[in-house]
Design a protein around this ligand. Structure first.
Ligand SMILES: *Cc1c(COP(=O)(O)O)cnc(C)c1O
Length: 395
C-alpha cells in the first residue's frame, strides 16, 4: 500500500479489532416484516419502516402514476426549475398534518438539518444542543459556525444552567435550543414542555428533530410536538419522509417566517436537485393514509408494548425506551456483534450498534418494531433472543 494511504488501512484494522467495523448486509427483497438478506430469509427487526408503508400498494401505485405524468427526474434544484406541483402539494399537506403554519421539503432529514441550523444562527450566536443529538444535527451546528454548548441528555435544569452561564437575552445575539424529539439510539422522548419553558425565559429559538416521532407519537402520528400539545411554542421541527412515511426525503415544518427564509437560504434547497416526482407522490399518499386512519399507528404501539413486556420478563435490559425503538443493552461492542451474528444465523435480522453511534461500553442491539409484525413474528424474534442470550450468558 501506498504510504500516504496507510492511515486508512490502520484505521480499518483498529475498527475490526474493536468490533466496530460496520458490517453492511444487502437486502434483496422489498422492505417488510420478513426480508431476504444476503440470500437468507430473515425476520426484519431493524428497519425504520414503522408503519409498513415502504412496500404498500397504494404508495407504489401513486409513484408509478407520477412517473407517467411527470417523468423520473426533477432536472433542477428547487429554486431554479425543480419545484413541481407535487412538491407544493406535499408541503401544503405536511403543514396541515403537522398543524403548523408552513412546511418545506428537502432531499433528506440530514439535509433538512444542515439547511436549517446555519440559516438560523451564525458565529456571533450560540447553540444549546442535547448531548445525544443525532449526527446530522451536530453537523448542521458545526456548519453554522456558532459556538455549541451541550446540555445533559433530556435535562431541562442542565439547559437552564448552560443558558444562565453562557447567554444574556436582549443583546441582539441569538440562541437556538435543539433536541431530538425521540432519541434514535435509546428510544426515549425529549421533555419538550420543560425544555421549551426554559428556552422561553431566555427568548431562545427552539428546534425539534422529530425523525423518529413522526408517524409514531401524537394524534395519528403527528409527532412529539403534538404528543405534548406544544403547537406554536416550538419554532421549527425537522422531519424525515424515510422512516414512518416509508419513502425518502425530509422536511422542515413550523413558523411561516422560518419556512420562507429557508426557500431563500437553505443551501441544499438552492444547490442540490429536488426529490423526484415518484417519491414525492408516494409521500403524499403516505400522508393520505395517515390522515384517514390511525389503525397502523395503534398497531405499532400494541406490537411495541407486547415485545417490550416479553423482553423484560426474559431479563433483558431495554434501557429507558418509551417508543418502538427498543435497545437491548449488552455492554461491549464485541458481545453485541456476536449476538447479532448468532441471531442472523437463527433467522433474525437485528443490528448491533457500537461506538461512535452510541457511547463506549453501551453497545447494544437495537430492535425496531413495526406495525407489519404479527404476534407470531414477534414471538419468533423473542424466542431467538432468549436462546442467544442464554448461549452468551446475558440472561
Ligand atoms: C434518521 C434521522 C435523520 C436523517 O434522516 P434521513 O431522511 O434519513 O436523512 C435526522 N435526524 C434524526 C434524529 C434521525 O433519526
Amino acid at each position: 500500500m501506498d504510504d500516504k494511504l496507510q492511515f486508512i488501512v490502520d484505521e480499518r484494522a483498529r475498527l475490526e479489532r474493536e468490533g466496530l467495523l460496520v458490517n453492511i448486509r444487502t437486502v434483496e427483497s422489498p422492505q417488510d416484516a420478513w426480508i431476504t438478506v444476503d440470500g437468507k430469509k430473515v425476520l426484519n427487526l431493524c428497519s425504520n419502516n414503522y408503519l409498513g408503508l415502504a412496500n404498500r400498494q397504494r404508495l407504489k401505485e401513486a409513484a408509478k402514476k407520477a412517473i407517467d405524468r411527470y417523468g423520473v427526474g426533477p432536472a433542477a434544484v428547487r429554486s431554479i426549475a425543480g419545484t413541481m406541483s407535487l412538491h407544493n402539494e406535499l408541503e401544503e399537506k405536511l403543514a396541515r398534518f403537522k398543524r403548523v403554519e408552513a412546511a418545506i421539503s428537502f432531499q433528506s432529514g440530514f439535509n433538512s438539518n444542515i439547511a436549517t441550523i446555519p440559516a438560523l444562527v451564525g458565529k456571533q450566536d450560540i447553540i444549546f444542543s442535547d448531548e445525544l443529538n443525532h449526527a446530522s444535527i451536530i453537523d448542521g451546528c458545526r456548519l453554522s459556525g456558532a459556538p455549541i454548548v451541550r446540555f445533559e441528555h433530556c435535562n431541562a435544569s442542565s439547559l437552564e444552567q448552560k443558558l444562565r452561564d453562557n447567554f444574556s437575552p436582549g443583546t441582539g445575539r441569538r440562541a437556538l435550543v435543539i433536541t431530538d424529539g425521540v432519541f434514535s439510539m435509546d428510544g426515549d422522548i425529549a421533555p419538550l414542555p420543560q425544555l421549551v419553558e426554559v428556552a422561553e425565559r431566555y427568548n431562545a429559538m427552539v428546534m425539534v428533530d422529530d425523525a423518529h416521532g413522526e408517524g409514531v407519537l401524537g394524534e395519528g402520528g403527528r409527532g412529539a410536538v403534538d404528543h405534548f400539545h406544544m403547537h406554536g411554542r416550538v419554532d421549527v421541527e425537522i422531519g424525515t419522509l424515510s422512516k414512518a412515511f416509508g419513502v425518502v426525503g425530509g422536511f422542515v415544518a413550523g413558523r411561516k417566517v422560518i419556512v420562507d427564509h429557508l426557500r431563500q437560504k437553505g443551501r441544499p434547497f438552492l444547490f442540490s436537485s429536488a426529490v423526484p416526482p415518484a417519491d414525492v407522490a408516494a409521500c403524499i399518499e403516505a400522508l393520505n393514509i395517515l390522515e384517514s386512519s390511525d389503525d397502523l399507528v395503534k398497531r405499532l404501539w400494541s406490537n411495541t408494548g407486547y415485545f417490550k413486556e416479553r423482553m423484560k420478563q426474559a431479563g433483558f435490559d431495554t434501557g429507558n425506551s418509551e417508543t418502538p425503538i427498543t435497545p437491548v443493552l449488552l455492554g461491549e461492542a464485541q458481545t453485541a456483534q456476536e449476538f447479532s451474528r448468532r441471531l442472523f444465523e437463527k433467522g433474525v435480522f437485528a443490528m448491533a450498534l457500537g461506538f461512535p453511534t452510541v457511547p463506549l461500553g453501551k453497545a447494544r442491539i437495537r430492535v425496531m418494531i413495526s406495525a407489519t409484525h404479527s404476534e407470531q413474528d414477534l414471538d419468533f424474534g423473542i424466542e431467538k433472543f432468549i436462546e442467544t442470550g442464554r448461549e452468551l450468558g446475558v440472561v
